[in-house]
Ligand binder design. Structure first.
Ligand code: SF4
Length: 289
């Protein structure tokens, strides 16, 4: 079995920087992480062990007991920032600069009097952070949800991790359903996401199966898996090497390896090592060259 690693995969600079800031925090027991720093069980367990408190993502608006609060790379709204300031909390901010661009784009379009259409996953923390500051908006996850909007002026932005194909399809439907509207679109899908999507598309043309590494609750990892389903490529989604099953690869000649943006390098390397062991054992048995 041949193993091909995606040209761009795994942890993005935004998550890497957030982790680095977090590792440098003194007295972690005095800090509450506002939601999950990354959608990665291993990382979150390490943070708990270090003493950080972590607020579940659906309880982020509840009272925080520690004097300091760490904002994750996904960012928060100005409304939430003010709530924390009013409560006297010191903020450690690891918001990714590319998420800040989404906030800026949405507010710019709102200042032009537009109804905002955010292409993204409703309820996702990044999306919540953006829409909490908006007066008039809809969140659209897929083209099926697009309708005619009661506004002559529409502004479109995207969650940073949306697949560009979905964004294009949704934009086309918005235009079709709102032929008279003045529409302005700002593409806020981040570059690391675009590079990973392109690498994935190239990889899918070369392999007959895929391994995707990342948290089962990671949105961008699940999207990589969905992309495999769309291209009818058999795929296995694992959080780490321990979830790989040798038998799954019995008839696989070329396997591709990729990972979500919250996956640690060591986890991807661990999966690759096990795939190499599987390939070596197949060679020994003479099942595949
Ligand atoms: Fe930043 Fe993009 Fe990574 Fe999100 S996925 S943290 S926007 S680089």
């Amino acid at each position: 079995m041949k193993i091909i690693r995606a040209a761009a995969l795994g942890m993005c600079f935004g998550v890497r920087d957030a982790l680095q800031i977090t590792n440098g925090v003194s007295e972690p027991s005095q800090v509450t992480i506002h939601g999950e720093l990354v959608h990665n069980r291993k990382v979150n367990e390490r943070l708990s062990k270090a003493g950080f408190r972590q607020t579940p993502e659906d309880k982020r608006h509840e009272t925080i007991q520690t004097p300091r609060v760490l904002i994750t790379a996904h960012g928060i709204s100005q409304v939430e920032r003010q709530r924390l300031a009013d409560a006297g909390k010191e903020v450690i901010d690891t918001t990714c600069p590319l998420v800040v661009q989404v906030h800026k784009a949405a507010l710019e379009l709102q200042a032009e009097g537009r109804h905002i259409l955010l292409i993204g996953k409703a309820g996702h923390v990044e999306v919540q952070g953006v829409v909490e500051d908006l007066d008039s908006f809809d969140v659209i996850e897929s083209a099926k949800q697009v309708r005619s909007y009661p506004s002559e002026s529409l502004g479109i932005v995207c969650q940073t991790t949306m697949p560009s194909d979905t964004v294009t399809e949704v934009c086309t439907h918005i235009q079709l359903h709102n032929p008279l509207a003045n529409i302005r679109f700002i593409d806020t899908v981040c570059d690391p996401t675009k590079r990973r999507q392109r690498a994935m598309a190239e990889l899918l043309q070369q392999v007959d199966a895929m391994v995707v590494v990342g948290g089962h609750n990671s949105n961008n990892t699940r999207r990589l898996v969905e992309l495999c389903h769309e291209k009818l490529t058999p795929v296995v989604h694992v959080e780490d090497a321990s979830e790989l099953e040798f038998a799954w690869f019995d008839d696989v000649a070329v396997v591709g390896l990729t990972a979500g943006t919250s996956t640690l390098d060591e986890t991807v390397d661990g999966v690759q090592q096990v795939l190499e062991k599987i390939a070596a054992s197949q060679k020994e048995q003479g099942s595949l060259a």
